[in-house]
Design a binder for this molecule. Structure first.
Ligand SMILES: O=C(O)C(=O)C[C@]1(C(=O)O)C=C[C@@H](O)C=C1
Length: 90
């Protein structure tokens, strides 16, 4: 069994990757907001959100599906906050 410290080192490394990807995703989200602003589209897209959730839960075990859905919904909630802060789109 690995030591607590070894396991925490692994978690820290995974967190660093997650945060880097989170930042990248939010930068893309800002670009999408600019596109939506220019093209008169609203931030919230229910069909797209359903697809994002379905796509992501399809890759995980049944046990994790409910948590992945919660995780993706949380990411999209933050994404929408960033989109509305960075543009005049609602
Ligand atoms: O795909 C879009 O239209 C986006 O604005 C991105 C995004 C997301 O963060 O995935 C955010 C808001 C929408 O409701 C749907 C998806």
């Amino acid at each position: 069994m690995q030591s607590l410290n070894d396991l925490r080192v692994k978690i820290d490394s995974i967190d660093a990757e997650l945060i880097k990807l989170f930042e990248e995703r939010m930068n893309i989200s800002r670009e999408i907001a600019e596109f939506k602003e220019k093209n008169g589209l609203s931030i919230y897209d229910q069909d797209r959100e359903k697809k994002v959730i379905e796509n992501n839960i399809s890759h995980v075990s049944d046990e994790l599906k409910v948590y992945v859905e919660e995780f993706v919904q949380c990411i999209m909630r933050i994404s929408k906050k960033i989109q509305s802060k960075s543009t005049n789109v609602k």
